[in-house]
Design a protein around this ligand. Sequence first.
Ligand code: PGU
Length: 458
Amino acid sequence: MASAILPLSSPSRPLRNDLKANWKRGTSNRTFLRKDYTKAKQSFTRTRMTLAVEVSRFNDITMAPPDPILGVSEAFKADTHEMKLNLGVGAYRTEDLQPYVLNVVKKAEKLMLERGENKEYLPIEGLAAFNKATAELLFGANNAVILQQRVATAQGLSGTGSLRLAAALIERYFPGSKVLISSPTWGNHKNIFNDARVPWSEYRYYDPKTVGLDFDGMISDIKAAPDGSFVLLHGCAHNPTGIDPTPGQWEKIADVIQEKKHIPFFDVAYQGFASGSLDADASSVRLFAARGMELLIAQSYSKNLGLYAERIGAINVVCSSSDVAERVKSQLKRLARPMYSNPPVHGARIVANVVGNSDLFDEWKEEMQMMAGRIKNVRKKLYDSLSAKDSSGKDWSFVLKQIGMFSFTGLNKAQSENMTNKWHVYMTKDGRISLAGLSSAKCEYLADAIIDSYHNVS
Ligand code: PGU
């Protein structure tokens, strides 16, 4: 490694002379004493000690690539074109393409302020009222798993942090066990398991020929995995494809997972956002729970309550008995403590207040339907524009069939790059666009960009 001693080995000559002259004269603007000179000299010596090391101990660290999703927003900000669109990150925007804070969130925060709640540490497992509310929202308050106290719930740092905590649990208590993830999936899943040192492999999910689910491929890959693997499933609104199994297909997936003694691991980041109904969007998880299976479920309130930056979510582990659940919870706490000690309180209180107050809860459902409805409207308008403008006869109906925040356009990397470079439409390179970042006014512009990229770039 290169090293260098900077030339500052002592006070520079002109400065040194100046210091001495001032000391001899004894008079200057301020009186300069011998002790001042000594002090200055010592300080330069200290500087020398500090600087006389290698250029940097971190010199071998290379530049990390920009994040494939969050990095898109950084590039978007730097663009000044008036038609620019940020369809990269899955974050809800209003029709004016502005971030949206839900009214129920503002009301809950007002209540919290009036109560003058303190800022004491939460317990390691998080806010009790939140943990109760979040598990009930997921399973339904009267679900057997809740009544029998078979769920270990710990508040997590949103969906990502909750997944990471579950990955740490797998690494510690199921060493060598594999997690099966869909191909494709949300990009950060791979990072999470890599960093937790949990081996993973992919199961087939998306079929580009049908622009639909490769159900047979999915089933045979789950069957082929070693018994007792974890199978990561998107609870609803699969990211990035927007393609979910039908209720009948979910039953078959559960059959195979049971046969193989696998452990289902749900990522629920869009409850209420796919259909507009909290219950309907939890039906996949409830179907597995009703079979008496043990399972893991990570939850996020980033999208459905718009609490992106509050980092609020949870990890739930459904166990075969309350006794096991208690032990699992104690270990989740043990894993969390050295990572972040205990979770933040603000988002947890918002969720607990919204879910725990029947008026706010009803209002939340209305706002969620409004958000889901706006996305469905632009989805329809985009489909209409694509169909009207494209004379090639291509069938764009997949846009309508996909659900949730995203549309998986089928555009390849070069075509996606054309969307950005030529049309100022920012999106991930896998061809995914977030419809939550699209307004009705810009649907036609987006359709022009997609048609051009699809037909004129290979
Ligand atoms: N799981 C899935 C399937 C997700 O899509 C996301 C967010 C998360 C978990 C984690 O979200 P939290 O905010 O940690 O709760 N995916 C978005 C947001 C941007 C990102 O990549 O974090 C997306 O655009 O895919």
